[in-house]
Design a protein around this ligand. Structure first.
Ligand SMILES: NC(=O)c1ccc[n+]([C@@H]2O[C@H](COP(=O)([O-])OP(=O)(O)OC[C@H]3O[C@@H](n4cnc5c(N)ncnc54)[C@H](O)[C@@H]3O)[C@@H](O)[C@H]2O)c1
Length: 414
């Protein structure tokens, strides 16, 4: 009988944990994370990304640890650590570099290292592989193999879950590409596509998210134009969408870990070749500043009604970076919160889905999980979670905003 392969997943967040979950059906699985508290929670079956129930997690045979030496002897390592940007909007590769160092120390002959973290084209070959080689003393394609396979998971999407999402794989040579393909084939039920090489797979991931950012930026700009023309953008999109090749996007705050970050990985690549990726940067600028437009419109509205932007009781509805996820990283709602707080208002935020611990730790905000009977002067619908469409919540929102100015560009209440 052949031995079950040992797979180690490095970084157990929105990407790494679902991977662990599905991989463990077929392979011996180790989930490694440097965050000790997270490991302690996972051992108890608690998933902070809200994807899995305690029962689901406990049923799985996953060995969760923060001790890297337990990964020694793994046949496959999958790196899923965060790849954010720094204050200058440049790639911050510290987590990735540290993960590669950890893997290098535990690498054995014939192991394969797969990067799932989003990176710029060339990063796996120019940053990751050299670290793996120098710290392990082994040579890529001779002693071990490497590949890049971007993750496309969409947190909050109950239908397009990991095993149903088509996947792209690439490898440091043909052998590793085929090996990685076979590995994913075990648990990915959707089609798997072999990219020509690693750089192609890296670039594919970056353009997927950049395209989305630009499409939303275009709609956010169009939203302003529609406002000026006094037409309803949702009506316009509904009509435009009757054309076979129109792609519907809707106005919104763009935050999170991917769409608001990945385009900067592309502009960083472009800059290295003295290419000014103006359009990408312009999309980023539009989306990064969209909250200002919302605040300006609300302020105009207040002014017309002779309401001073001070000492108001304000309710923001929704805090996650987008609908139906608990993820609050880079949420644009915080910018709206900061603005109204800075004017001397009392601002509450209602979000029963968003991660309240992160909201407290990252932003110092206590999220309201339930609405009270308190009446507000201004209610701003920021994120439209499906849960908000529930009759009881809608009814409550309508009742507490009966005397309020309501800004509802997400069309929740009307
Ligand atoms: N969240 C998404 O929807 C999504 C979708 C597609 C791709 N991605 C990409 O996947 C990667 C991971 O994103 P995420 O959202 O899962 O991040 P996350 O923050 O949810 O989880 C990452 C985990 O990695 C851990 N970590 C950090 N450095 C580590 C190290 N050196 N060794 C071990 N663990 C380490 C952190 O403690 C954290 O638990 C990023 O590159 C992201 O751009 C994310």
């Amino acid at each position: 009988m052949t031995r079950k392969k040992l797979v180690s997943i490095i970084g157990l967040g929105y990407v790494g944990l679902p991977l662990c979950f599905h991989i463990s059906n077929y392979y011996k699985t180790i989930g490694f994370d440097t965050d000790k508290k997270k490991i302690e929670k996972l051992v108890l079956g608690k998933d902070i990304t809200n994807n899995f129930s305690i029962d689901d997690l406990k049923k799985k045979k996953i060995y969760f640890t923060n001790k890297s030496n337990y990964m020694k002897g793994s046949d496959i390592f999958i790196i899923c650590v965060p790849t954010p940007i720094n204050k200058k909007n440049k790639p911050d590769l510290r987590n990735l570099i540290s993960a590669c160092k950890i893997v290098a120390k535990n690498l054995k002959k014939k192991s394969t290292v797969i990067i799932e973290s989003t990176v710029y084209p060339g990063c796996t070959e120019n940053i990751c592989i050299p670290i793996l080689e120098s710290l392990s003393g082994m040579k890529c394609n001779l002693d071990f193999f490497c590949g890049f396979s971007p993750e496309r998971i969409n947190p909050g999407d109950k239908f397009k879950t990991l095993t149903k999402i088509e996947k792209v794989v690439s490898g440091s040579n043909v052998y590793s590409k085929n090996l990685i393909y076979k590995f994913y084939k075990k648990f990915i039920k959707a089609k798997i596509h072999k990219a020509t090489n690693i750089k192609v797979a890296e670039a594919a991931k970056i353009i997927e998210n950049t395209q989305r950012d630009i499409n939303i930026a275009l709609i956010n700009e169009f939203f302003k134009i529609c406002d000026a023309l006094n037409i309803d953008i949702y009506d316009v999109i509904k009509m435009a969408n009757t054309k076979w090749n129109f792609m519907p996007f809707y106005p919104g705050l763009v935050g999170g870990h991917c769409i608001s970050v990945d385009p900067y990985y592309l502009t960083y690549s472009a800059k290295k070749f003295k290419i000014n990726a103006k359009m990408v940067l312009s999309g980023r600028y539009t989306n990064d500043n969209f909250h200002k437009y919302i605040c300006k419109k609300i302020d105009q509205n207040l002014k017309i009604r002779n309401i001073k932007n001070k000492n108001l009781s304000i309710l923001l509805v929704g805090f996650s970076f987008k609908e139906n996820t608990n993820d609050v990283r880079n949420t644009g709602v915080f910018k709206i919160y900061q603005y109204y707080k800075s004017k001397g208002n009392k601002v509450d935020i209602f979000d029963p889905i968003a991660d309240k611990t992160h909201a407290k730790n990252i932003y110092g905000i206590n999220l309201m999980q339930k609405l009270s009977d308190k009446l507000y002067n201004l209610v701003i619908i920021c994120v439209k979670h499906d849960k908000f469409i529930e009759k009881s919540i809608k009814k409550k929102l309508l009742s507490i905003s009966k005397n309020a100015v309501v800004y509802d560009f997400k069309k929740l209440l009307n």
